[in-house]
Design a protein around this ligand. Sequence first.
Ligand SMILES: Cc1ncc(COP(=O)(O)O)c(C=O)c1O
Length: 406
Amino acid sequence: MTQTLSSVSYAHVSELDHQYLLQVYRRFPVLIVRGQGVWLYDEQGNAYLDFLSGIAVCSVGHCHPKFVQRLSEQAGRLIHVSNLLLTEPPAQLAKRLCEVSGMERVFFTNSGAEACEATIKIARKYANHVRKVPDYEILVLEGSFHGRTMGAVSATAQPKYQEPFAPLLPGFRVIPANDIDALQTAFNERTVAIMLEPIQGEGGVRPLSDDYLRRVRELCDEYQALMIVDEVQAGVGRTGKWFSYQHADILPDVVASAKGLGGGFPIGACLMRGVASTVLQPGDHGTTYGGNPLAASAGLAVMEIIEEENLCENAERVGNYLASRLHELQAQGAPITEVRGRGLMLGVQLSLPIARTVVQKALEHRLILNATSDYVLRLVPPLVLTEAEVDIAVDILNQVLQEVQP
Ligand SMILES: Cc1ncc(COP(=O)(O)O)c(C=O)c1O
């Protein structure tokens, strides 16, 4: 493939970044100028295998030709008119999302946090106007992550995200994750909703068991509480099904989606069914951009490509292959104690606190990885990944793990 060299330099862009951008991210020391499939290219034409995909976002790979074409066509036709005017793409995307999820209505947002905010507003109005429980509780799970807006932060049961921004929104009660006894004890007449990720992503790729999810569903039915599932990271094919709750054969009442849905174009969605879809009425909630024609076209293109290229099946098959290759490394004595997750959402638990060093070293070997803590590597590559690309990545990881061991 021909590599176009860029006229920009790493040093120049890095200087601008450090001078003008708020430094809330510790960025990798590379300048990315182009992407194709599962590969990213820096300004010198070096290729990097991308096992991060924009933090579980670029589901159909970088610059998929059909995706680019659909976005370009829509950009040339109509980009934005606001939700006060009717346009076709959001209506079509909402229909497709309902068909694959079992939900009945959709509210579009611009991000995962906003999708979660919408779910929280539904739960709060449901508590106040439907259940009429003034001292209501929304259960959330230890280790969760629902985003950076204040409602989502308040639902995020991890002190490092909450402590600097106190006081938090009231009404949440934290319970241990994946503990059925604790779950049963926590439910009571004040419980109006429970919000959870079937696989906690930022919390270290920690899946809830199918039994746990089924028990949540039963308790929600028993107590008339809403089951809110945050599929922002695990959804849209990544785990081998459209949504990861489908592995447990249950239907939530409310679902948050984003990331992979837009394939890199910002869009989120709050999906709902039953009583949950009757709670918010005209004037209760809104957003200027949510589901504009361009963003919705991105979502439609992503869903079409996933279907045409069988990317759910690919995520499952290649994900299983990746997990088996990682287990091989473990068996050969690499400092790996567990490989967990589903499809192409995998976490590698290390026995040593070297995850961040592994990420740095892997970058030097042109593999882009991510660590959720000192002990956990997160692998969330594009869903178009092949077994041959898994082999390249696992060879690099193997070499890096040998280099960084004390
Ligand atoms: C499960 C989950 N929910 C919500 C969010 C927030 O999404 P966003 O960063 O698009 O606001 C994230 C982001 O990592 C996430 O993983």
